[in-house]
Design a protein around this ligand. Sequence first.
Ligand SMILES: Cc1cc2nc3c(=O)[nH]c(=O)nc-3n(C[C@H](O)[C@H](O)[C@H](O)COP(=O)(O)OP(=O)(O)OC[C@H]3O[C@@H](n4cnc5c(N)ncnc54)[C@H](O)[C@@H]3O)c2cc1C
Ligand code: SF4
Length: 329
Amino acid sequence: MKDFIHFNAYSIDEAVALLSRYGGNAEIIAGGTDLLGKMKDRILPSYPEALINIKTIPGLDQIEEKEGMISIGALVTLSCVAEHPVIQKTCTALAQAASRTASPHLRNMGTLAGNICQDIRCWYYRAPQNRFSCLRKGGGRCYAIKGDNRYHSIFGGSVKGGCFAVHPSDTAPALIALNARIITSKQSISADTFFNVGVTHTTVLANDEIITAIQIPAPAPDTRSTFQKFALRKSIDFPIVNCAVAVTEKNGSIAHARLCLNAVSVVPRRAVKTEEVLTGNKIDETVAEEAAMAAVADAKPMEGNAYMIPVTRAIVKRTILACRENHGG
Ligand SMILES: Cc1cc2nc3c(=O)[nH]c(=O)nc-3n(C[C@H](O)[C@H](O)[C@H](O)COP(=O)(O)OP(=O)(O)OC[C@H]3O[C@@H](n4cnc5c(N)ncnc54)[C@H](O)[C@@H]3O)c2cc1C
Ligand code: SF4
């Protein structure tokens, strides 16, 4: 690993000032479970000169309920999210998503904020020693278009004619389904618009911007949510597809639905047509099937990943049916 300067920040202001001082050549480190692997493998053409440790900032590891909001501090670990009784009850999809992420050790280290800021998964991009200087790193081509694209996007590419790498976060679709907001040192951003594809970035965060908390509005009465994931291995593995849904019922049918997929597209993908199918209906096999078909209606698979379409359809259907059975929250 290349040398870097390590700072412990003791306040948000100090962390922001350090980021500004290095003008894009510094990175925040939280659990370090994604960042350190990237640095050790030297996957990128350039490396941060400085790492700003925010684990030394007090108060960012709290989960609070206030003014109709559940606020999850940026340093709350995935284990804490998964095990927190209020999150399990009112934001079930998020607790389930966190509990299905990686392994117990990674969940104890990895934070919720780090989970949504993690970098993309593409084996060309992640190859050690920056072996493939692809479009997403500022290079000239996307190796996945003609190469091995079995784990790439089935909903088209991005970044000027390419980049079919998927966003791998398990918690992102749950946060979008639950209408969360990402609170930063500068602003409050809807989780819907937080993800953004660019050369070496995956979110809309500026170089000197830090997530301080993630806020979820307390769900309306009769709201239920759930999360499902399909991965090749049952233990530690990134998703081939994951899905979260939140539905609010009124007079026995669905008054409001939000459903989001991830790992099948360059950013988490809200399935608006699926939400339309669900709204006004009761969940049963037929509705769940129709809603699942709508989720993949716009899919445009690449040469190696057409298998992801039936898998996605099955996971969407399973998520919707699981939501019918989930009376927890
Ligand atoms: C073997 C393995 C398996 C994994 N499996 C999964 C999986 O199944 N599902 C899944 O979703 N993920 C998985 N991950 C990815 C990831 O490591 C974890 O999801 C974890 O949550 C990342 O959090 P972290 O705190 O360790 O982030 P870090 O590695 O510390 O940071 C990741 C990125 O987020 C930025 N960042 C962190 N906190 C903030 C903040 N407050 N403000 C602004 N930027 C910030 C950092 O600068 C960095 O760019 C896996 C990782 C490994 C190594
Ligand atoms: S899919 Fe994206 S990250 Fe992967 S090789 Fe193509 S441009 Fe690079």
